[in-house]
Design a protein around this ligand. Structure first.
Ligand SMILES: Cc1cc2nc3c(=O)[nH]c(=O)nc-3n(C[C@H](O)[C@H](O)[C@H](O)COP(=O)(O)OP(=O)(O)OC[C@H]3O[C@@H](n4cnc5c(N)ncnc54)[C@H](O)[C@@H]3O)c2cc1C
Length: 385
């Protein structure tokens, strides 16, 4: 496909963040081009654990996720893509100590303040939700029925379909090599297939964000860490509806994948910073050990696939989203750590508000790219699934 030579906005990166941003921009009448060096979704997005939760411990992520869930619930309709489903099947954090109960109770109070119906429940109530869980060591659980999960392949397909009917083009297998600028104004991008002029550039390359930033002499602390996940053979759907999380057992998160019924999940074993995405036997061994502590029956279910992807981590595990001061027209939405899929609807709405109107009603200051240089780190966001 011949490339356009100019656009209103160039979005670099065709993951969930780049595509969702392109959708809001094109809906607002902007002519948008998305440049993706491989194929849409091929970065972290297609490698994610599918989890979507509002159970965070700070005011900003809770409000952002409340907004995201509103959008996830209507996404199929909004994109006219009924194949996409948000399964509102909840998140269940298993708690094994008084310290965990105390810290999750505090989070629940904050979540309730913003209208999230989370609550602390007994081990027996947790077992009613997922009868297969071993509750012999569980002291309580933090449960929110309005959290959920969604299939990232269908989310990306829905967005791509919608973009076809808008003033937007997505160019796969095209790499942005340079950001063109005159003085401190961005003017476009130089790609592996030629130049595109645009006065607005959004860096949505997540784990790769620093590569483009460094070309402009910018330093935001976003580093690629290898995380892995697995999926098992499918079995009777709805045995493990919510995302089940256990910090005691490896920081494990697991649920039945929304379309296949296999158990998808991971643990908190990371490597990095690194560009290496080789899968490890250690991870496989740890997964087997930790998953079967939580749900003993899983020992009968074969693992069929293991893969690795990047968490684009920042020092406080919160994303870097906003306008870049040093270059007019340059914006960034990257560094989503382990929760960029779930945050995508609201995070992209927020950055597009900032691009088009200079401000947003969403609490975007929390993700201010300059908080690190001011030494204002946020409370570390819970990373799991
Ligand atoms: C194992 C694992 C489990 C996870 N589980 C969850 C979960 O349960 N819930 C959740 O919310 N999140 C989860 N995440 C995190 C989530 O996957 C990411 O935060 C999210 O996908 C980020 O989306 P993105 O669009 O910012 O990045 P990406 O999907 O990585 O997209 C960035 C794109 O930019 C492209 N690119 C890079 N450089 C260039 C260039 N120079 N030119 C053109 N294109 C370029 C890349 O090819 C890539 O496709 C998980 C991640 C992993 C690895």
């Amino acid at each position: 496909m011949k490339m356009k030579s100019k656009a209103d906005v160039v979005v670099v990166g065709g993951g969930i963040i780049g595509l969702f941003s392109a959708y809001w921009l094109a809906k607002s009448g902007e002519e948008v081009v998305v440049i993706e060096k491989k194929y849409p979704g091929s970065g972290s997005t297609f490698r994610c654990g599918t989890g979507i939760r509002q159970q965070f411990g700070d005011y900003a992520n809770i409000q952002m996720m409340k907004k995201s869930v509103e959008i996830w619930k209507n996404l199929g309709e909004m994109l006219e893509f009924p194949e996409f489903k948000f399964a509102q099947t909840g998140y269940l954090f298993l708690l094994y100590s008084d310290e965990e109960i105390e810290s999750f109770s505090k989070n629940v109070r904050l979540q309730n303040k913003y209208g999230i119906p989370s609550r602390i429940i007994t081990p027996e109530e947790a077992r009613e939700i997922v009868p297969l869980i071993d509750i012999s060591e569980v002291k309580a659980a933090s449960w929110n029925p309005t959290d959920g999960k969604a299939n990232p392949f269908l989310a990306v397909r829905g967005l791509l379909n919608a973009l076809k009917n808008l003033n937007a083009e997505v160019y796969p297998y095209t790499e942005v090599k340079e950001i063109l600028h005159r003085g401190n104004e961005v003017k476009g991008v130089k790609t592996s297939r030629g130049e595109i002029r645009a006065d607005i550039i959004l860096n949505a390359t997540n784990a790769w964000a620093k590569i483009l930033n460094e070309k402009l002499g910018l330093k935001f602390p976003i580093e690629p860490y290898k995380h892995q996940a697995v999926i098992t053979e499918p079995f009777k759907y709805d045995e493990i509806k919510p995302m089940v999380i256990s910090f005691k057992y490896g920081g494990a998160y697991l649920t039945q994948e929304v379309t296949s019924g296999g158990v998808i999940g991971g643990i908190d074993l990371k490597y990095g910073p690194t560009w290496d995405l080789t899968t490890t036997y250690k991870f496989m061994r740890e997964i087997a050990k930790n998953f079967t502590h939580i749900i003993p029956a899983l020992k009968y279910i074969p693992l069929i696939r293991q893969w690795a992807g990047y968490y684009a981590e920042t020092p406080d595990h919160n994303a870097v989203i906003g306008k870049v001061r040093e270059y007019d027209g340059y914006y960034i939405a990257a560094g989503f750590s382990g929760h960029g899929f779930m945050l995508a609807p609201a995070a992209t709405k927020g950055i597009v508000d900032i691009i088009l109107h200079g401000k947003s009603d969403l609490p975007m200051d929390f993700y201010d790219p300059y908080r690190f240089e001011r030494g204002e780190l946020r409370e570390q966001a819970i990373q799991m699934g």
